[in-house]
Design a protein around this ligand. Structure first.
Ligand code: PGA
Length: 252
């Protein structure tokens, strides 16, 4: 559970899903967000092609828009990449960096993720830095080692509650329907909080730590109730407005 000092964030990661007609589904999220009455922040991170349309549809609502990745540089000869400044220009206020699908499919290292987080800050975007252990790492009892290393390597110096959100996403829980036990989630989130505190001092107390990986309406209440869980990063279940709003409704 997010304590009183941290406003929960429920962020949807649409991944490579969504066409222009998805604005209709998004409009339902915007309409439903009114029921949250400021108790939690809601965000949708669509594919880049939909950023402008969704930012337009979200105008004067409480739903924020984020990107899914950015390039470390602000401009240049990087075919197919998107600069943080471009995301901001399209209406994004945040960007996910270091998602496990980027780390795996694009071989992004912690140093890459750190550079992207710095790029996000340069463009005044909130960086949502993802970390998570693979199944084999968990089985070998290396979960906290792996997460500590990812956290240290991926989060730049200068992190504050206003510019950083950490998302803990066990790789084996993403898109599989599997989730860690609430106890395991609580243990990991406490570890992340302590590790951040070693580096950032008191500021760590205000940084939101999201859980991600197979969050849905039916398990959100239990997962979000764990100590130091300040919201969710939601993949598949964020594509349907009803399901996404059911998750956010935990805070309603
Ligand atoms: P999932 O994805 O909710 O579909 O498991 C989560 C994520 O990858 O952020």
């Amino acid at each position: 559970m997010a304590d009183g000092t941290r406003r929960p964030l429920v962020a949807g990661n649409w991944k490579m899903n969504g066409l222009r007609r998805s604005v209709v589904e998004f409009a339902k999220i915007v309409a439903g967000s009114a029921n949250l009455a400021g108790k939690a922040d809601l965000m949708v991170c669509p594919p880049a092609t939909l950023l402008t349309a969704l930012a337009e549809a979200a105008k004067s609502s409480a739903v924020a828009i984020g990107g899914q990745d950015c390039h470390p540089e602000s401009a240049g000869a990087f075919t197919g990449d998107i600069a943080a400044e471009m995301l901001a220009d399209a209406g994004a206020v945040a960007v996910i960096v270091g998602h496990s699908e980027r780390r795996t499919n694009h071989r992004e290292t912690d140093a890459d993720v750190r550079a992207k987080a710095l790029a996000a800050w340069r463009a005044s975007l909130l960086a949502i830095v993802c970390i998570g252990e693979a199944q084999v790492e968990r089985e070998q009892g290396r979960t906290l080692d792996v997460l500590g290393r990812q956290l240290d390597g991926s989060v730049p110096d200068g992190a504050t509650p206003a510019n950083l959100v950490v998302a803990y996403e066990p790789v084996w829980a993403i898109g599989t329907g599997l989730t860690p036990s609430v106890r395991d989630v609580a243990q990991v989130h406490e570890f992340i909080r302590q590790r951040l505190a070693q580096r950032l001092g008191a500021a760590a107390g205000g940084i939101r730590i999201l859980y991600g990986g197979s969050v849905k309406g039916s398990n959100a209440r239990e997962l979000m109730a764990a100590p130091n869980v300040d919201g969710a990063l939601v993949g598949g279940a964020s594509l349907k407005a009803d399901e996404f709003l059911a998750i956010a409704g935990v805070y309603g």
